[in-house]
Structure formats: structure tokens, C-alpha cells
Write a new protein. Structure first.
Length: 292
């Protein structure tokens, strides 16, 4: 009920405008229009109330790295400024190599990212894989503001062990927005984004063009407003057949970024590129070229 009360002011103006139009119609059309308006308002209300359940599908597994075949990975517990407790998997880099601070997508947990961690580790890179609040074994409720706070907490922890000139950020899908906002705030050596978006708002508008998404959406992840503040080499990889986050959204984000930047289109490939070793290898190669 609290969510519904919060929603009411947002649709009040829209309903009043539509009501004025309805009153101008003949009686039988008024009834039809009123019914349509009711359905529309209920649809908007339902979307607003359930939006975070639609936007985030966290996994809640909290395995040990060893149980997934990983070796030399420490499990750290970080405390955020708002007293949430986050799980982070950390393995130090081979001397001279950078450490990757990794931000996952909107679904699952680190269980599905263990192969990526092992891949980076096999190349000598350090790894710091964060479990956001509300995911895996981390406490808290998921919000955009909370995820950005989690990222900053992980960065502040890592920078005590690794200089910024050796920290690379990697984000996949939803995590690209987290990486972009963090990189706009703090110094890093490089940033790699897999299947990024200009904003989650624009993605949602594409899926629900009949609803006033801009008025209703809480967590909009406006990467397009932050990307130009990044002062580090940028790599973007995106599948041209991605139906989860449109390829054009990644192009829009890239166009707004400052040089040096690299965009790699992956023809006829979809959102599954975030789990592809060839994508990870291009990141490793990119870091080798740009981080000295």
C-alpha cells in the first residue's frame, strides 16, 4: 500500500489530462475511454510497484571459491557507509599486473562468474569480484544508489592494496552502469564494458513505449550523463544481435565518451557475449596495451 500511495502523485497529472479528453467525447465513447484509462492506470501502477523485481533478479547462493574450483581467492567482507555487509572475492595480481574490479549484471551471483574470475587469474591479473547488496551473501536491499555505494566501498578497500594506476574496472550488462558511475568519480587505469547501455531508462522505454517510464522509473542508471567524466582508456564490446540491451544503446554511450576509446562490434551475437572467453581475452589484451 505504501508503494501505491507513493505512486499516486506521479500519475495524477496524467490521469487529469486524460480525463479532460474523455469529457469531450460522446457518452458511449466516454465509457470506453474510461475503461481504457482504468486499464492503463492499473498497468502503470503495477509496473511501478514491481519495477525493482523486474529490473533485478539476484541469485542468493553464497558458495566458497574453493567449491567452484577456484584457488588462491580470499573471501572478504566489506562494510558500507550505511552498514551493509558485502562479499568480495579477491586474489592478488602477479607483480606488475593490474587488478580487475568487476561488476556483474542484474541476475544471478558470483557462482555464474567463477569462470571469468578463473580466466583473469590464469592471465596473471588480480581479481576483486564484488557481490552487490541483496545479491549472494551480501546484506541489504537493491537500489541504484546502494549499488553505487557498494562499488565505491569496494574501490576504497582495493585502493589500499593496489594503486589506482593498476586498477581496471570491468562491468557487464547492468554492471556497466555501476562501472561508469564509479569511474566518473575516482581515478582508474582503464574501463571495459560488455553490452552496456546509455541508460536503463532508455532500455525500459523501448520495452514499455506506451507507459510514462521516465516518470515512474526509480533506478535509471543514466550512464550517458557520466561517461564523459571518465579519464581513462575505454573498451566497449557489444553484440549486434543483442535483444536485452540494444546494440544501438552501446553505440550511443560510446559516442558520448572521450578518447582514447575502442568499440568492438560482435556480429550476429547477443547478450550472451558477457559469458564468452573471447570477450574476456580482448579485455586482457586491452589492459596489456593501456596499463603500464
Amino acid at each position: 500500500m505504501a508503494r501505491c500511495r507513493q505512486f499516486q502523485p506521479r500519475i495524477k497529472d496524467l490521469v487529469l489530462k486524460m480525463r479532460a479528453i474523455v469529457l469531450m467525447l460522446p457518452i458511449f465513447l466516454r465509457r470506453m475511454a474510461a475503461a481504457a484509462l482504468l486499464v492503463y492506470a492499473l498497468s502503470a501502477l503495477g509496473l511501478f510497484a514491481c519495477q525493482r523485481q523486474l529490473q533485478y533478479q539476484p541469485g542468493h547462493a553464497n558458495p566458497t571459491p574453493e567449491s567452484l574450483g577456484l584457488h588462491g581467492v580470499q573471501v572478504e567482507t566489506l562494510e558500507t557507509p550505511d552498514h551493509e555487509h558485502l562479499v568480495l572475492w579477491y586474489a592478488a595480481a602477479v607483480p606488475g599486473q593490474p587488478t580487475i574490479l568487476f561488476f556483474q549484471g542484474n541476475a544471478g551471483d558470483l557462482t555464474q562468474r567463477s569462470a571469468r574470475l578463473a580466466f583473469y587469474q590464469s592471465k596473471g591479473l588480480g581479481t576483486a569480484f564484488l557481490t552487490y547488496r541483496g545479491f549472494g551473501g551480501s546484506s541489504g536491499t537493491i537500489t541504484e544508489r546502494g549499488l553505487i555505494a557498494d562499488a565505491r566501498t569496494a574501490y576504497d578497500w582495493l585502493v589500499l592494496r593496489t594503486p589506482p594506476a593498476k586498477i581496471a574496472l570491468v562491468g557487464e550488462s547492468l554492471g556497466t552502469g555501476v562501472a561508469v558511475q564509479l569511474a566518473a568519480l575516482v581515478p582508474v587505469a582503464a574501463v571495459a564494458l560488455d553490452a552496456p547501455y546509455a541508460s536503463t531508462l532508455s532500455v525500459a522505454q523501448g520495452r514499455f513505449p506506451f507507459l510514462p517510464v521516465a516518470l515512474l522509473m526509480k533506478d535509471q542508471f543514466l550512464s550517458i550523463n557520466h561517461i564523459a567524466a571518465i579519464n581513462a582508456p575505454l573498451l566497449i564490446q557489444h553484440g549486434t544481435a543483442d535483444i536485452v540491451i540494444p546494440y544501438t544503446s552501446g553505440q550511443t554511450l560510446f559516442a558520448a565518451a572521450l578518447a582514447p576509446k575502442t568499440f568492438i562490434p560482435l556480429p550476429n551475437r547477443g547478450h550472451e557475449i558477457i559469458f564468452a572467453p573471447d570477450v574476456w581475452q580482448r579485455e586482457v589484451d586491452f589492459f596489456a596495451r593501456t596499463i603500464k
